[in-house]
Design a protein around this ligand. Structure first.
Ligand code: NAD
Length: 292
């Protein structure tokens, strides 16, 4: 079994970007600028946005964090998005999800200028991804593909089983893994909460991507010997023995599954750091494509 080390790979990507930023600055150009909008005080969202902003600082990007109160109206948020869309100093921005229940998430994501949509959630960018056109690929699936590429894993012609069909992970993963490109060319099965006999399907998988958000869901008896196992899940499981009062737990029963897997991502230290690295990568792409 080999660990797919997302922390190290993510750091490699970040230092590659930092080198490019240094070159830009040396030649008198401004660095890329990422903004993040956070509505409310959700603990996990605060943590994610905080680490995105810190990563920007470390690699020499400009960053702006816009924190809005929980009771922010949909119109106020739309106005904020419009400001970011038209601000020439901002190359890309994200609206951290989930949003409070009184705000229509779809309406907000539709309002983001596709040229600044570094999360790749706008239908224009999602559609372009499905058609193999130049776009912004959502950071988590992009990170998983980059991990596969950098570890030189051969997935062509292999059976990939994805658990979860969300718009931000499972669905785009199914598109990317089945693409006619490298990495890609996998035969994909996309499973979800209505799938029958899930373990019969996962047992046939050469590669399993688990993105449902149920801690330790994927057991060793659901996985074929030698499979590649990618764990996207991040759940805060209460644990009084831990200083924070919780532990971050993945979807995969790591201790048991690792003995069967050929490659496996840990949680934490797998897909999470890759997601941040690819968000920074997308911001660099936005800067290179559209700045000036
Ligand atoms: P979601 O919560 O929107 O949807 C979950 C999906 O799992 C649904 O499509 C549902 O059909 C499926 N599902 C639920 N129960 C199932 C079952 N018993 N069998 C099969 N399928 C089932 O998903 P999401 O937003 O993609 O998040 C999934 C997990 O990934 C969460 O833990 C989330 O925190 C994590 N996540 C991690 C990162 C990262 O950077 N590592 C990024 C995004 C999401």
């Amino acid at each position: 079994m080999k660990i797919l080390d997302g922390k190290k790979t993510g750091n490699d990507i970040k230092s590659e970007i930092a080198d490019q930023v240094l070159q830009l600055k040396k030649s008198g150009k401004r660095p890329p600028h990422l903004a993040a909008v956070l509505v409310g005080n959700d603990g996990a969202s605060l943590t994610y946005v905080g680490s995105k902003v810190r990563s920007c600082e470390r690699i020499g990007y400009e960053s702006t964090l816009i924190k809005l109160p929980e009771e922010t109206t949909e119109q106020t948020l739309l106005n904020q998005i419009q400001e970011l869309n038209t601000n020439p100093a901002i190359d890309g921005f994200i609206v951290q999800l989930p949003l409070p229940a009184h705000i229509d998430e779809e309406k907000i994501l539709m309002a983001v200028d596709p040229k600044k949509d570094v999360d790749g959630f706008h239908p224009t960018n999602f559609g372009k991804m499905a058609l193999d056109m130049e776009t912004f690929i959502p950071a988590t699936p992009f990170g998983i593909m980059e991990l596969i590429r950098r570890y030189d894993l051969d997935i062509s012609g292999k059976h990939a089983v994805i658990i979860g069909r969300s718009h931000i992970v499972g669905r785009p993963m199914s598109i990317l893994l089945s693409r006619k490109s490298s990495p890609g060319n996998a035969t994909v099965t996309l499973t979800h909460s209505r799938t029958k006999n899930l373990s019969e399907i996962t047992k046939q998988a050469d590669i399993v991507v688990s993105a449902l958000g149920v801690p330790n869901f994927l057991k060793a008896n659901m996985v074929k010997q030698g499979a590649i196992v990618i764990d996207v899940g991040i759940t805060r499981v209460p644990d009084e023995s831990h200083p924070k009062g919780y532990v971050i737990t993945g979807d995969v029963d790591f201790e048991a599954v690792r003995h069967k897997a050929s490659y496996i991502t840990p949680v934490p230290g797998g897909v999470g750091p890759m997601t941040i690295a690819m968000l920074l990568q997308n911001t660099f792409l936005a800067y290179s494509r559209y700045a000036n």
